[in-house]
Design a binder for this molecule. Structure first.
Ligand code: PLP
Length: 474
């Protein structure tokens, strides 16, 4: 199995029209209405924000739904089935990220939840909150929890991986020399702005050498590369189901048991306690300590199905697919006059399929509105919950982000590159304006789904639907 530590360099590619998804995802052919009245298959290039559900995930949830009942405390047959489903999902999810035998797998809502939970478990030293070192490149989910609940130091990243690692080592050593060493280094697995990674082995060696643990924000890494706690020595990993093709509201925090067993119970309530008196509470240890309230059984089942599917896929094929799509995005966009691709670390050892760019003369919001309205492409614009990084790199007004995954087809990437080239060459065809802070089409003729939002869509999606639907990529 190829691991993150052994990643080959990204290939350079010309066109990727022929690339088909590595894994089937739901909604791949959803028709998206354009301002000129046509409909084209929706190109979901916002996978880094939320990935579409894998077909296998949808199938598993459909199969599990009739078995759903109360968990953990119910004596009934389906309660026992649901409890088994939930606990076996926990085991699968832990196994997927290489949990060590004594690690805990906590089922939470998402990466944000996981990191907030861990922030309440960093041990205090001499009565003061534990120290956490974090880089300014992080998503807010891997920044704000430390600032709120621990003694956090935010270190400015440097222009290369090598210089950044050197700065991290120096800060860790300075903390230790001052007698107030860092308890934890919180670091991204892959940047949600550039897709670039740090060398995990070097990060772990630096932290452990200074007596600190490592938590990896795996939100952008775990769905795209095989990651293992046991193999890398990383102490904790956090990730989100909805970014891992399992959008059913579950995520995970996996890692060393001692801090989690001793830390502040994340949610106070039923299930987290052995006994409650009016003058005190005896909290559980293990996962129950942090998982008070009725758990998200179907979310866990969905995430486990995604983990199983990703574990079974040929990792080399998955990597090559995403590398080729990313390389084509970077090459294609950089070949267009006035388009700039955002980079953080030119010496990054690996990159996942996240590419952020700006188009000279256009605000990011207008580019995103244009791509949707005139080409049926979904991207993200803004500052990607990474304000300190975007500010430091000089993109205060934000940028546009395209991201790909196992369910992305080459045609979608080609459509984006062609659409940006057309914007630069000819300008947009529709009129755009800012309304309530958002770029929109002036007098937008596209139908808006009504009611539950499904009626209008279901009427036109798929065979026998709206005759106006012509699956013609432009
Ligand atoms: N970390 C990274 C790198 C992310 O990209 C994101 C979401 O975009 C998060 C954390 C937060 O994830 P969630 O919103 O699922 O909690």
């Amino acid at each position: 199995m190829t691991t993150i530590a052994e990643s080959p360099a990204c290939p350079s590619v010309d066109r990727v029209d022929a690339l088909t998804p590595v894994l089937p995802v739901l909604g791949h052919d959803t028709p998206a209405p354009l301002v000129d009245g046509r409909r084209v298959p929706y190109a979901n290039l916002d996978v880094a924000a939320s990935a579409p559900a894998l077909q296998a995930v949808g199938d598993r949830v459909t199969a599990a739904l009739p078995l759903y009942a109360s968990v953990h405390r119910g004596a009934g047959y389906l309660s026992q089935v649901s409890t088994t489903l939930y606990e076996s999902a926990r085991a699968t999810i832990g196994e997927f990220v290489g949990a060590r035998p004594d690690d805990l797998t906590l089922l939470v809502r998402n990466t944000t939840d996981a990191l907030n939970l861990l922030a309440g478990c960093v041990p205090a030293a001499d009565g003061t909150p534990g120290r956490v070192l974090v880089l300014d490149v992080e998503h807010h989910a891997n920044l704000l929890p430390w600032q709120r609940a621990t003694d956090a130091t935010v270190l400015t990243g440097r222009g290369t991986v090598a210089a950044t690692l050197e700065a991290v080592r120096a800060e860790l050593a300075a903390g230790a020399a001052a007698g107030r060493g860092y308890a934890l280094l919180a670091v991204t697995g892959a940047s949600n702005v550039t897709g670039e990674t740090l060398p995990v082995a070097d990060v772990v060696a630096a932290a452990h050498g200074a007596g600190a643990r490592v938590v990896l924000d795996g939100a952008q890494l775990v769905p795209h590369r095989r990651f293992s706690l046991a193999q890398t020595g990383v102490d904790y990993v956090a990730f989100s189901g909805h970014k891992a093709y399992a959008p059913f509201g579950a995520g995970a925090l996996v890692g060393r048991r001692d801090w989690l067993d001793a830390g502040t119970p994340y949610l106070a309530g039923g299930g987290a306690v052995r006994s409650v008196r009016v003058d005190g509470t005896d909290w559980h240890d293990g996962p129950a300590r942090h998982e008070a309230g009725s758990p998200n059984v179907l979310g866990a089942v969905a995430l486990a199905a995604a983990c199983e599917t990703l574990a079974a896929v040929d990792t080399v094929a998955l990597r090559e697919h995403e590398d080729a799509l990313r390389a084509r995005l970077v090459d294609g966009l950089e070949a267009i006059d006035g388009v700039e691709v955002v980079r953080l670390w030119p010496d990054a050892p690996d990159t996942v399929g996240v590419v952020t760019f700006t188009v000279s003369g256009y605000e990011p919001g207008q580019v995103a509105a244009y791509l949707s309205a005139e080409h049926g492409i979904g991207v993200r614009d803004g500052r990607f919950c990474a304000h300190p990084l975007l500010t430091r790199l000089g993109y205060r007004a934000g940028a546009v982000r395209a991201s790909v995954g196992a369910g992305t087809a080459g045609e979608e990437v080609e459509r984006l590159v062609a659409a940006v080239a057309a914007l630069v060459a000819d300008g947009p065809r529709a009129d755009y304006a800012v309304v309530d802070g958002l770029w929109v089409v002036v007098d937008d003729p596209r139908p808006v789904p009504e009611g539950s939002g499904l009626d209008g869509l279901l009427a036109t999606a798929g065979p026998g639907g709206d005759e106006a639907f012509a699956c013609v990529p432009d």
